[in-house]
Design a protein around this ligand. Structure first.
Ligand SMILES: [Zn+2]
Length: 417
């Protein structure tokens, strides 16, 4: 009798539910708590709430949190009602969501563990199969997505991230203000991005102020086609632009180094990283020899000076002055007689509008990049994913900012990856 009261309290059962029996099996290290519904209780349809007559009952079991180091299972004869409108249905039970074979608290524990460890490890820890834990995670994500109200997002980011080793990509759409992943698209084509944009209503489209991205034509064209005034809102990421300059400097250095070596000079040996460093972040006093090198009559030094100048053109607040600065640099690049630099100049020219948008709004894709780094960690933790749907789910689970827990359960949550 005392045991029943104890379990009644541990499980938090209240009227009309009560603990009717406890079956202990020490050999299986399991305790089955048999719960029952007071027979005189009037029952309601779970869909409409109408009071209905009892139809029959079904025996069901739910795995619960362990108690006293014993695997704990709740068993109950769950009444079914016959609603004139909704037919025969099982009544709602307070400890589990309908259709689940686990109590809400047990699911909450698994969800909390999944924030820290991959499915396989959690399955071993709680004694479930991989598919069972995967099912709990899937339900959590569906629950979270269903709860996510349509939001107005002012600052979007879109970025590709590698799904497999060999140039297979998905596109990740982020809310840069809330620092969460909104959606993971299965590839990086224009059509797929358009399909996502079509899920936004007019108010959501109108609310978008900036979209940060790299210069991927499919992304650019999709947003130009759907987002009103996109030519003022698309912002090309400065670190991506800097990447073009770095690559050009390196190409110039490689060619010059080769020519110098052929002529017997080691002037450029072991200098690669010095040319690529961001000098605003590097203490130049420790680089006396390098600063001398930059003043030598080297084509690499000319390309480097252009790269350095480009790095200084991101702090304008006036579009007019920003454009003047960039156009002056483009003139310099055109006259440089350095093929890799001229090639970058052409890319910049056709994308200058989006660079200027980024400059005057101080927009970067840094949030998306940092989420991307966490996505790669999730990938490493899971040792890869069998398909894109699984990859998407894991990203949304960890980085979607979703409310994942079953209703009515508060459990310490961890969403860091
Ligand atoms: Zn009903």
């Amino acid at each position: 009798m005392r045991d029943r009261e104890l379990y009644q309290q541990i499980l938090g059962l209240s009227h009309p539910w009560r603990v009717e029996d406890i079956r202990l099996s020490l050999s299986d290290r399991q305790v089955v708590v048999v719960a029952g519904c007071v027979p005189t209780e009037s029952l309601t349809c779970p869909t409409c709430g109408r009071t209905c007559g009892r139809h029959d009952h079904r025996k069901r079991q739910w795995r619960h949190l362990d108690t006293c180091q014993l695997q704990t299972v709740i068993e109950a004869e769950v009444p079914r009602v016959n609603c004139p409108e909704h037919g025969v249905q099982q009544v709602a039970i307070p400890w589990a969501e309908s259709g689940s074979r686990f109590t809400a608290l047990f699911e909450a524990m698994v969800i909390a563990w999944l924030g820290e460890a991959p499915i396989k490890a959690v399955a071993e820890l709680v004694g479930l199969t991989w598919d069972q834990v995967d099912g709990i995670q899937q339900r959590a994500i569906e629950r979270g997505l269903a709860r996510r109200a349509p939001q107005l997002i002012a600052n979007l980011g879109i970025d590709e991230t590698s799904y497999q080793k060999h140039h297979e990509y998905v596109s990740v759409i982020t809310d840069r203000d809330r620092r969460v992943v909104l959606e993971v698209l299965e590839d990086r084509t224009k059509e797929t991005v358009l399909t996502w944009l079509d899920t936004l209503d007019a108010a959501q489209l109108a609310a978008i102020e900036t979209v940060s991205m790299d210069m991927w034509e499919a992304f650019i064209n999709a947003f130009l086609e759907r987002l009103p005034e996109a030519d003022r809102k698309i912002c090309f990421d400065r670190f991506h632009v800097a990447g073009y300059f770095g690559k050009a400097v390196d190409e110039v250095r490689i060619a010059e180094h080769k020519a110098l070596r052929a002529a017997g000079s080691d002037l450029l040996t072991h200098t690669k990283h010095q040319w690529l460093k961001n000098s605003e972040r590097t203490d130049n006093r420790s680089r006396v020899w390098f600063m001398e090198l930059t003043r030598a009559s080297l084509t690499t030094a000319r390309a480097w000076a252009i790269k350095e100048q480009a790095g200084k053109l991101w702090d304008f607040t006036s579009r007019t002055w920003a454009e003047k600065g960039w156009r002056r640099l483009l003139g310099w690049m055109d006259r440089s007689r350095l093929a890799p630099i001229k090639k970058v100049a052409n890319t910049i020219k056709t994308h200058l509008w989006g660079i200027l948008n980024a400059v005057v709004t101080s927009t970067t894709n840094a949030i998306a990049e940092s989420l991307n780094a966490r996505i790669q960690k999730i990938k490493a933790m899971a040792c890869g994913f069998r398909n894109r749907q699984r990859f998407r789910r894991a990203i949304l689970f960890h980085l979607g900012g979703l409310d994942l827990m079953p209703a009515g359960v508060s459990y310490p949550t961890h969403t860091k990856a």
